[in-house]
Design a protein around this ligand. Structure first.
Ligand SMILES: [Zn+2]
Length: 85
């Protein structure tokens, strides 16, 4: 638990040979250059907001910040409603 890895990496699998991060969400085949970039986060927020929020919530829980978890969830719900998904 000492490894401060960004939770975004749970959604992507980094290929060291191609140096690309592949989206691991089922039904999604997108991949991106590099192993940590804002494009990964942007993709997760756009396409897999629910999964991403769950990840963030779990991550925050590990860091013992229960208040932030609720905020993230609420924000995500509002975004979803605005998009009309
Ligand atoms: Zn994806």
């Amino acid at each position: 638990m000492s490894n401060q890895k960004h939770p975004i990496h749970s959604l992507f699998k980094f290929n060291a040979e191609s140096k690309e991060s592949k989206c691991m969400v089922s039904g999604c085949r997108d991949s991106f250059k590099g192993k940590y970039s804002t494009s990964l986060i942007r993709h997760a927020e756009k396409k897999h907001l629910e999964e991403y929020v769950h990840l963030l919530a779990a991550h925050k829980k590990n860091n013992a910040q229960p208040n932030t978890k609720k905020t993230v969830r609420r924000n995500a719900t509002e975004v979803l409603l605005q998009k009309g998904c």
